[in-house]
Design a protein around this ligand. Structure first.
Ligand code: VAH
Length: 335
């Protein structure tokens, strides 16, 4: 039987990037989202399901119908959106994830198979406490500073543990058999040439680029020295596919940092001005969003991922702009 992959949040930034890559293979992809998928991508899907992951009844029917080999659970309410409606964020980010984990486990057990569950977590699980710590501890490991200050970061940190629990200890694994193989990566801010972000706090970086490409002025909502990690979307997609295809016995952890480059808002502004000399970029600080970015680490330590499953980003800061973002974005807006 053909292997079928499920992508939740398929209409989102990472979803589109992952689908774009998977559609170049023969894999059958079922895409699920509460929002319609961009028409250019709909025909890359074996099936599109418009569904809310908090609807466990409808989800159960989906799992009964399809035997998913791997699930990429990308659906989430990101950090800024989650702060605007924390209760709704908890429903989507936690209850939705719980539904998917328990249903994947239930149907894998019924079919006496194992389903891989790939979970994108985030540097938002960290809380550096203050700028002194942020500037002093610049290579944060997976078990350090786990004190998130956003609902999104709290949700993602809990769901990492929930995934590990359901894949290892849920209902005291019958005859010691695992039915769910949970694996998580913690992403920094992601930069996509194909889509503009919605509801994130790292959005100032992609927004700066896309506004300049459209010839529109942009007011950056964090101060110029604000520094966090970023990654080109192709590297993020590669991280998801690589950890998914790695043999289980090589993995010594269930959650891994993956990192690429760390830059300030001002360094991004200078790159944008290099490619769009007429760019009109100013600063108008949003105190709440600034406090979120200040709580995130400057950069994270991804040695465990490099050691266990050969993680290595392809795009440096300058290559991300010169070889990935700019050529595709210019084409996108010229059209
Ligand atoms: C957000 N883009 O801003 C996400 C990301 C590191 C930040 O998780 O919420």
């Amino acid at each position: 039987m053909d292997k079928i992959i499920l992508i939740t949040g398929v209409s989102g930034e990472v979803g589109i990037g992952l689908l774009d890559k998977l559609s170049k293979s023969t894999t059958k992809v079922v895409g699920l989202d509460v929002n319609e998928v961009n028409k250019d991508y709909r025909n890359k899907l074996f099936k599109f399901i418009k569904l809310d992951i908090t609807d466990s009844g409808e989800l159960d029917k989906l799992f009964a119908k399809y035997k998913f080999d791997t699930i990429y659970h990308l659906a989430a309410l990101l950090s800024t959106s989650a702060e605007k409606n924390p209760e709704n964020a908890h429903k989507i980010n936690v209850d939705g994830t719980f539904n998917l984990l328990t249903l994947a486990n239930k149907y894998a057990q019924k079919r006496k198979s194992v389903t891989k569950f790939i979970f994108p977590s985030t540097i938002a699980v960290y809380g550096m406490g203050n700028l002194k710590n942020k500037n002093k501890f610049t290579s944060v490991k997976e078990n350090e500073f786990l004190t998130p200050i956003t609902m999104y970061g709290v949700n993602k940190l809990y769901c990492e543990s929930l995934g590990n629990y359901i894949s290892n200890y849920y209902k005291l694994l019958e005859n010691n058999k695992r039915y769910l193989d949970f694996r998580a990566v913690r992403f920094p801010g992601l930069l996509s040439a194909l889509t503009t972000p919605t509801g994130g706090t790292s959005d100032y970086a992609p927004e700066m680029i896309h506004y300049a490409a459209k010839g529109e002025s942009y007011a950056c909502f964090v101060r110029n020295t604000s520094t966090i990690g970023f990654m080109a979307m192709p590297d993020a997609v590669n991280a998801l596919l690589t950890i998914a295809s790695s043999s289980k016995n090589r993995l010594t952890q269930y959650v891994y940092n993956v990192a690429s480059f760390s830059v300030s808002a001002d360094e991004i502004k200078k790159q944008v001005e290099k490619y769009f000399p007429g760019a009109k970029i100013s600063y108008r600080i949003d105190a709440k969003r600034q406090s979120i970015v200040d709580s995130w680490p400057q950069s994270t330590n991804d040695q465990a991922a490099r050691r266990d499953w050969n993680w290595k980003p392809k795009y440096t800061f300058s290559k991300t702009f010169g070889e990935y973002l700019i050529p595709t974005i210019k084409l996108k807006y010229q059209k």
